[in-house]
Design a binder for this molecule. Structure first.
Ligand SMILES: [Zn+2]
Length: 279
């Protein structure tokens, strides 16, 4: 089974006219001001999944700064998962900086079937993940409902790109240490955090943490796959594309080219994600 652990979908009306959302939302304007930055609907995603033999996709939201946009798009993601119940796993989002409204929205989404929170974009939403006063209330509800928390992550070095942000291993590490029992997925290889798993205390702190491969070809050479396996183990890696940013052809091609033993390939492409989601 292949699971794409990181695919973005948006309602058709936002795909058709993004201008009003760009005008009001800080994160959305960071990520999607460029008209070439594509938006995709649930139906388009499922069509691509069918074409490439992807059985399941975790459909993540993005870290809207405006609360009503979180709610509106969460509803679309939840409704899409009801339309494709065996194919899409819904992750909803909130802006934790907004306090009670965010907590209530996590509660509402959990009741409606959300399996996770994410993708959080703290730098654009106006808080830090390692600020436990902001994150505490949201994490309490998320953990009570068994939700996975997926956050954007970025490299402290290297080239700049739209939406890179400042969620580097240092900030991620503070967050992870604040909530050691939470199940956390750090997107985009955790901005390089797995490399520090060579330090025993960091490895120990990552016991409930996973890393997805979203956007990998934009960031690293394919050597990142064996390097992270060596640093922290293949059980920690979740295949994710950042759909529609990276095509299935490109990322599956990279994984195929690694010459991995079948059990490692099966785990990364779907087994690890299936275990995490209880599929
Ligand atoms: Zn991201």
């Amino acid at each position: 089974m292949i699971i794409d652990f990181h695919a973005h979908i948006f309602p058709p009306h936002i795909q058709a006219n993004r201008a009003p959302y760009l005008a009001r939302d800080h994160t959305f304007s960071h990520l999607y001001s460029d008209p070439k930055a594509r938006l995709s609907t649930a139906d388009e995603l499922v069509e691509k999944m069918d074409a490439w033999g992807i059985q399941v996709a975790v459909t993540v939201n993005m870290g809207w700064s405006v609360h009503e946009f979180c709610v509106e798009t969460n509803d679309y993601i939840l409704e899409s998962a009801r339309r494709f119940p065996d194919r899409l796993v819904p992750f909803c989002v909130v802006n934790p900086a907004l306090g009670d409204r965010a907590v209530e929205e996590v509660e509402r989404c959990a009741m409606l079937g959300a399996r996770g929170i994410g993708e959080l974009h703290s730098y654009a939403q106006g808080y830090r993940l390692d600020d436990s006063k902001v994150m505490g209330p949201v994490m309490e509800v998320a953990q009570r409902h068994g939700l996975i928390v997926l956050t954007h992550s970025s490299e402290p070095v290297g080239h700049d790109y739209p939406g890179k942000g400042t969620v580097t291993p240092e900030q991620l590490s503070g967050f992870i240490n604040d909530f050691p029992d939470a199940t956390i997925v750090c997107a985009h290889w955790g901005g390089g955090l797995p490399f520090y798993a060579l330090m025993p205390e960091v490895r120990e702190s990552l016991k409930n943490v996973y890393f997805d491969t979203a956007a990998s070809p934009f960031l690293y050479t394919s050597q990142v796959f064996p390097t992270v396996v060596a640093a922290i183990g293949h059980e920690k890696i979740l295949f994710g594309t950042d759909y529609p940013l990276i095509s299935y052809k490109r990322l599956l091609g990279q994984v195929d080219g690694l010459g991995w033993p079948q059990h490692v390939k099966d785990g990364v492409l779907g087994g690890n994600g299936a275990r995490l989601l209880g599929l």
